[in-house]
Each structure stands twice: as structure tokens, then as C-alpha cells.
Design a protein around this ligand. Structure first.
Ligand SMILES: *Cc1c(COP(=O)(O)O)cnc(C)c1O
Length: 362
């Protein structure tokens, strides 16, 4: 009759997730560029819709999210029946791992892939294998080389966080073609709306081509609803059926559903934000390169800047904090000499470029 309740041993193989910081002691106006949140906040129509929906918050949401899935389907040209929504795409990713992974199975991701795959994979009891990258970009051959009979899932963030790189359509197709049919390929396209490259596909074609590829998306980045929590998967019918069995019956709030429907109805939001991101990202990268820093090319709403040594990255981080600017240290991703910086407004980018311009002389 002694002892305390004990959770499964796998739980202790991971540390709890550390998100981008948002506060600095003694600084009133913080410039938060640490979590890749959209530069312009939430769409005003989404705020208004959520406010209006609040009067009905005593009612349970529609557990099937019919109107929301119809709105997503219409906006993205997808069949609403093949869409499953979740409490952020992290929810959907974890449900996929719970359903298809587990003890005795292996999950493959790339060396600097998004950390949630490793965290959720280990908690589910999977063995997580990391494939080496080339130029901080996922390497299809290295991923395929790790496949063995225990492999159940491959996770690819495309573009990837925190590297900002992507695999073009042809490489994705080559990855799918090289994987055994029973291996589930999950393409996490959280930053898809920011991509302007013509050789990019978020994953729809591969989902449609078979029964073993899933695409996940989020409202947390360009749509500016990270705090409200909404993500979704576009998946083959059998995977949709699995997700609908394992997900919580009310895993999406009625409030965020209304916010998202309103956000989707604002047809100029995404093109405007994307255009800003493309221009501001190029300007910031050019300014930082001119100041002598190594800036990795990025297809997303952030830049990965290499300061050559971990000490110099730590010093840059501290220097920025003293000026009220918070970026993300990516030591936990195995990139200790780098900092990841979200593309903010023009004013925020200018402040960041100015501060790092000064730091270059420290
Ligand atoms: C930010 C991000 C997500 C989004 O997570 P949510 O749970 O939808 O907020 C998913 N994948 C990657 C790679 C990300 O960077």
C-alpha cells in the first residue's frame, strides 16, 4: 500500500515543451519574434466573430465541426469529408502518432525536424529515428535509408521549423514512392501559406494519390489564431475514420471555429500577409547579411541566423533582450550557434536589423 502513482516510463523520456518566450523583466514594450506568430495579429473579422460567439459559449460545439470543415474545404478546394480538425495541429499530429505508432514501432523524422514529432513519438512509446540532412534540408535518401520493417510513420515539416527549408514537389513524390505502402507519411505544412516557390506543393496531390499520406495545416501562423488553437488534417478516408475515433469528441472550441470561418471569409488576409512576409524577409535577410551574419535561406515566416559559435549566439540573444527583442534559441534542435527570428511588422524587423547591426560591432 506504499508509493505514489507512477506514469508510464516513456513519459519521462521527454522534457515538457518550452515555447518561445514572451516577457522580459523590466521591459514594457516587448518585440516578440520567438514563436513564428503572424506579423499582424488576428484578422479583425475573426476577433469580431469570436466576440459574437462568446454569448453562446454555454453551448457545446458541434463535435463534427461541419460548418468549419465546409469553410476550410471551400477555401482550399478540398472535400470536407476528408478534413479532421483539432486543438491546434499539434493535437492532430499526436493523435496520428497515438493511432499508428506505439511501442515496437519506429518513427522517422529529419535531423532538425519539428520537435513535436519526437516528443509525441517518445510518449507514445515509438523509437524515433533522425535522418541526417543536407544543407539543413531534409534528405530523401537518408530518410529512406532508415526504413525497416518496424517503420510505421515518417514526419516531414515542409517548410521545416526551425530550418526554413523545404522539399519541392518532385522530392516529396520521390519520398512517397520510395516508402513502403504501409508507412504513413505525414506532411506538416504549417507554413504553406507563406511559400511562393512554384515547385512547392503542400501535399494535397499525394494525399489524393493513395491511402498513406496525410497533410496537416494550422491557423496558428498566417491566420494569426495561435492562442485560439486550431489545426486540421487532410487525409484519406480510412485515416479520417481513425482520427474521428481517437480525437476528443469536442476537441475544437466553438469560439475558434467561428473565428476561423470569419478569417477564411477575408479573402485578402492571406495574400496581404504573404506579400508582406516575402518582402520583409528579403529585406531583413539582406540587412543581416550586410552586417556580416550568415542567414540561411527561408521559405517560411522566420529566418535562421548562424552566429558561428554558441557563445556568440548566446551573446546576440542577450544583446537583443536588453533592447526588448525576443527571438528563439534553437539549442534544443541541435543548432546552438543559431537563433530563429520571426518576421514581424516592418517596424519590428527594422528594430531587429538595427539591434543586430549594432551587435556586429560588439
Ligand atoms: C507552429 C507549427 C505548428 C503549429 O502548431 P499548432 O499546434 O497548430 O499551433 C505545426 N508544425 C510546425 C512545424 C510548426 O512550426
Amino acid at each position: 500500500m506504499s508509493g505514489a502513482p507512477k506514469a508510464r516510463a516513456e513519459i519521462f523520456s521527454v522534457a515538457s515543451y518550452v515555447g518561445g518566450e514572451s516577457k522580459l523583466a523590466g521591459v514594457n514594450r516587448v518585440i516578440k519574434l520567438s514563436s513564428n506568430e503572424g506579423a499582424f495579429g488576428p484578422p479583425p473579422a475573426a476577433v469580431a466573430a469570436m466576440r459574437a460567439a462568446a454569448a453562446e459559449m454555454h453551448r457545446y460545439p458541434d463535435g463534427h465541426m461541419v460548418r468549419l470543415r465546409q469553410a476550410i474545404g471551400a477555401a482550399f478546394g478540398l472535400d470536407p469529408e476528408r478534413i479532421v480538425c483539432g486543438n491546434g495541429s499539434d493535437d492532430v499530429l499526436a493523435l496520428l502518432i497515438q493511432s499508428y505508432g506505439g511501442p515496437g514501432t519506429e518513427l522517422i523524422m529529419s535531423a532538425h525536424g519539428f520537435s513535436i514529432y519526437e516528443i509525441a513519438g517518445k510518449i507514445a512509446g515509438c523509437t524515433v529515428r533522425k535522418a541526417p540532412e543536407r544543407d539543413l534540408t531534409a534528405d530523401v535518401d537518408a530518410i529512406l535509408a532508415l526504413v525497416n520493417p518496424a517503420t510505421k510513420m515518417v514526419f516531414l515539416a515542409n517548410p521545416n521549423n526551425p530550418t526554413g527549408t523545404l522539399l519541392p514537389r518532385a522530392e516529396l513524390a520521390r519520398l512517397r514512392a520510395g516508402l513502403p505502402g504501409q508507412v504513413l507519411l505525414v506532411i506538416d505544412a504549417a507554413y504553406a501559406e507563406y511559400v511562393t516557390r512554384a515547385d512547392y506543393d503542400a501535399g494535397v496531390a499525394l494525399v489524393d494519390a493513395g491511402e498513406n499520406t496525410v497533410m496537416t495545416r494550422t491557423f496558428s501562423k498566417i491566420y494569426g489564431l495561435g492562442g485560439a488553437r486550431l489545426g486540421w488534417a487532410y487525409a484519406p478516408a480510412p485515416v479520417v475514420d481513425v482520427l474521428n475515433r481517437v480525437r476528443g469528441p469536442f476537441n475544437v472550441s466553438a469560439l475558434v471555429a467561428e473565428a476561423a470561418i470569419a478569417a477564411l471569409a477575408d479573402g485578402s488576409w492571406v495574400p496581404t500577409c504573404r506579400a508582406h512576409n516575402t518582402a520583409a524577409r528579403a529585406r531583413l535577410a539582406a540587412a543581416l547579411r550586410a552586417a556580416g551574419f550568415l542567414v540561411h535561406p527561408s521559405e517560411a515566416n522566420f529566418l535562421l541566423v548562424d552566429f558561428a559559435t554558441p557563445e556568440r549566439a548566446v551573446a546576440a540573444d542577450a544583446f537583443l533582450r536588453q533592447r526588448g527583442i525576443i527571438v528563439r534559441n534553437v539549442k534544443s534542435y541541435g543548432l546552438p550557434s543559431c537563433l530563429r527570428m520571426t518576421i514581424g511588422t516592418d517596424e519590428e524587423c527594422a528594430a531587429l536589423a538595427g539591434a543586430l547591426g549594432e551587435f556586429a560591432f560588439v
